[in-house]
Design a protein around this ligand. Structure first.
Ligand SMILES: [Fe+2]
Ligand SMILES: [Fe+2]
Length: 274
């Protein structure tokens, strides 16, 4: 089974490159399942129902999010009817929406997607390790699900690596999001789980994490907010990760970054040629 993950889509530049490239990419890679993190899609802050639907129409199967999920207040309402969008798993009990779900891939496989959020340098949520463990107890690889993907939305690489090793051999793929910078540590862990600390963002890399440069520089230098953060408007890069999953075991066989368009060095996986 072939899986594609697209990192945090930031603003119009990110949406533009994703909507342009995703349908063709999905076809070229013969991807059976596509997950996209959409937490910064609407002007850099949150996601609207219309944008969510655009991503689904362009070939995404599931939209994951993170700390920005509620920046557009309408998300609190539409997430209840949009079953293909997830919010952080370990938010307080009673939070609208859901943090995990089982979805059908194009090859017929049942894919469990889990979207926990880290606690280091972030909000003080329930323990993501225990929250994930509970999900895996309820729906184990090879029993309730043919493949399991965790989008761990977290700041600290130590927390991401620790969670990945905690579930190694029990999950197909752990992908980090939130830092908006792609890391070069894509690998298959010793137990068979594919891992990367951060998929990177999909947006304009001539920026500070997808935002216009001036205001971040100003805030670092003066400690005073001058204006709102605005997404950078240059050409975007679709930044993500491709993973080949063994149909029998549900564990990973190969992992590669994917980068199309914009300023970053272009990368497509070399293990999918047919
Ligand atoms: Fe983000
Ligand atoms: Fe985030």
């Amino acid at each position: 089974m072939r899986l594609l993950f697209v990192g945090d889509v930031v603003g119009r530049s990110g949406r533009k490159v994703v909507l342009k490239e995703l349908p063709g990419l999905r076809e070229r890679l013969h991807a059976d399942f596509v997950i996209l993190n959409g937490e910064n899609a609407a002007g850099g802050f949150g996601i609207t129902e219309d944008i969510c639907q655009e991503f689904l129409d362009a070939g995404a199967d599931v939209i994951t999010t993170g700390n920005h999920v509620w920046d557009q207040r309408e998300a609190l309402v539409f997430i209840e009817r949009q079953e293909r969008m997830l919010r952080p798993l370990n938010y307080p009990e009673g939070t609208p929406g859901r943090g995990s779900g089982v979805f059908k891939a194009a090859n017929g496989a049942d894919v469990l997607v889990i979207n926990p959020m880290g606690r280091v340098f972030m909000a003080d949520l329930d323990c993501p390790f225990r929250a994930v463990e509970k999900e895996l107890q309820a729906c184990a690889l090879g029993e309730g699900a043919d493949a399991i993907v965790i989008d761990f939305h977290a700041e600290a690489t130590s927390e991401k690596l620790s969670l990945a090793h905690f579930v190694d051999g029990r999950v197909s793929f752990v992908v980090g999001t939130h830092t908006h910078v792609p890391t070069a540590d894509d690998q298959i862990l010793t137990g068979g789980t594919a891992y990367i600390s951060d998929a990177g963002m999909s947006g304009d890399y001539d920026s500070v994490l997808g935002m216009d440069k001036e205001e971040p520089i100003n805030r670092f230098m003066t400690r005073i907010s001058g204006s709102r953060f605005e997404p950078a408007k240059g050409e975007g890069t679709l930044c993500g990760v491709a993973v080949e999953i063994d149909d029998a075991s549900g564990l990973a066989k190969a992992i590669s970054p994917v980068r199309i368009g914009g300023r970053l060095r272009q990368v497509e996986p070399d293990f999918w040629t047919d």
